[in-house]
Design a protein around this ligand. Structure first.
Ligand code: PFF
Length: 453
């Protein structure tokens, strides 16, 4: 018998996993990656990545986590005693730590925008004004750091509260609320003048723009958005109950995550095109177009504009929080279980480490802009290295581990809950893990290295 914590209900399982998946990756990162990579063709490739790589690898993480009932590094250590596979888990912990360090900066920005919305500072500005507001804020050495600090403390608080009370309860309320607000905003954005140009950008693929960057970008975005490749869902699955239906949970989480990303696209692009903002504005896109949507759509009703923008930034912050919690949990569970630290002490170490790295990343957008490596600021370097290299690499190893190394009996027992569920896709799953995912990920990496000329 083990006495690890468990999620209390089926809905809790889905919402906590979806809470990890849905976050800034969908609402902030997906639109700017889509904008950078030319629109609809990127989205189609992204959808293929979710289906062909995301779903099977999510299943693999679920199976490994629930079977081992351990943190991600412990999971590989237990399931493959004395082999180098344990490094897959450790790579995941490192990825989680690095992602959390820059993710909480953007999460902090949402807090600044909550304050700006609440104090009415966003009212009455035009597109140029919003660009100026954002640039001034981000390059200020203090304010973003202050918010990053606040956000990490919030995350720390939930983590210390534990799995069921902290993680599960918060996800159950926040996820549905966010979804409804996104629907309303998509409706507003689509009804703005000239919105059709944005819809065309989203829906009419131009495959002539597809190159190795687009493929790598779409793959990285799929891993990032679904929280895959670093053992995050593996860690959550270690708290799943034995009767949790893994294939159904994986399908639901991937569906929810994809719908939210598409909704975010439907909000951002019609709005951006409507006021003539370039869709390739990068990380600032969400923070410039969104206040504009509120201004344009509800300018004549300032109170409603203020209320809706306030609600949006609160929900965005909360969506980010359910993701930072999951990132933090990966590293905390690792330190707690592998080094026998108390949960509180482990959490403290993670929080302070991330704040320190986070401060450096945040400064790299302002006063430290000149310090670059491979032409990237520290912030961009962390984002690119984790999403486009570490997560897909982690995903490749996870697929190989579940497809080739793990005993087939274990895979079958976990996928079918010891034969009590009918899993029609079992063969397909094995095929995807053994061949499709490893081959696709390797080809995309090789293409990036220009091996094919
Ligand atoms: N999936 C989250 C998002 O889309 O915002 C980010 C994330 C969380 C990435 C957890 C990786 C992870 F393990």
């Amino acid at each position: 018998m083990n006495n690890r914590a468990n999620f209390g209900s089926k809905l809790g399982v889905i919402l906590a996993s979806a809470g990890s998946a849905v976050g800034l990756g969908n609402i902030w990162r997906f639109p700017f990656e889509t904008g950078n990579h030319g629109g609809a063709a990127f989205i189609l490739i992204y959808l293929c990545c979710v289906l062909v790589l995301g779903l099977p690898i999510m299943m693999a993480e679920f199976m490994i986590g629930r079977r081992s009932r351990a943190n991600t590094a412990g999971a590989y250590r237990l399931l493959s005693k004395g082999t180098p596979w344990k490094w897959v888990g450790r790579l995941g912990v490192l990825s989680g730590f690095l992602i959390l360090s820059y993710y909480c900066i953007v999460a902090g920005w949402t807090l600044e925008y909550i304050v700006q919305a609440a104090t009415g500072s966003l009212a009455g500005q035009d597109a140029e004004g919003f660009i100026h507001t954002f640039n001034t804020f981000v390059s200020n050495p203090w304010r973003p750091v202050l918010w990053l600090f606040v956000f990490m403390l919030l995350t720390h608080f939930v983590i210390v509260k534990g799995v069921e009370k902290g993680i599960e309860r918060s996800s159950k309320i926040l996820m549905p609320l966010l979804f409804i607000l996104l629907l309303v905003l998509a409706g507003c954005s689509i009804s703005l003048p000239n919105a059709s140009e944005g819809l065309r950008f989203l829906l009419q693929p131009d495959f002539s723009k597809v190159d190795s960057q687009v493929l790598l970008g779409a793959m990285g975005q799929a891993f990032f958005s679904l929280s895959l490749g670093m053992g995050c869902l593996c860690t959550y699955a270690s708290y799943f109950r034995n009767d949790t239906n893994l294939p159904r949970t994986a399908f639901n989480v991937a569906m929810i995550d994809t719908i939210v990303a598409i909704l975010a696209g439907l909000i951002i692009f019609p709005a951006a095109f409507s006021v003539g903002i370039q869709p390739d504005k990068g990380p600032s896109l969400l923070f410039i177009t969104l206040p504009n949507v509120f201004q344009q759509a509800f300018g004549s009703m300032p109170l409603l504009a203020t209320l809706l923008s306030l609600l949006f930034y609160i929900l965005l912050a909360l969506a980010a929080l359910t993701s930072t919690i999951s990132l933090h949990e990966v590293v905390t569970a690792y330190l707690h279980e592998e080094f026998q630290l108390s949960r509180t002490k482990a959490a403290r170490l993670v929080t302070s480490g991330c704040i320190t790295l986070g401060i450096l990343c945040s400064l790299s957008l302002g006063i430290g802009k000149e310090y670059t490596l491979f032409g990237l600021t520290l912030f961009d370097l962390f984002d690119t290295t984790t999403a486009k290299i570490m997560l897909p690499l982690g995903g490749l190893f996870i697929a190989l581990f579940a497809g080739w190394y793990l005993d087939k009996q274990i895979v079958w027992e976990e996928a079918s809950n010891h034969g009590t569920l009918k899993v029609h896709t079992y063969r397909l799953l094995l095929f995807a893990l053994r061949y499709v995912a490893p081959v696709c990920i390797t080809l995309i990496f090789l293409d990036q290295l220009e091996v094919f000329g």
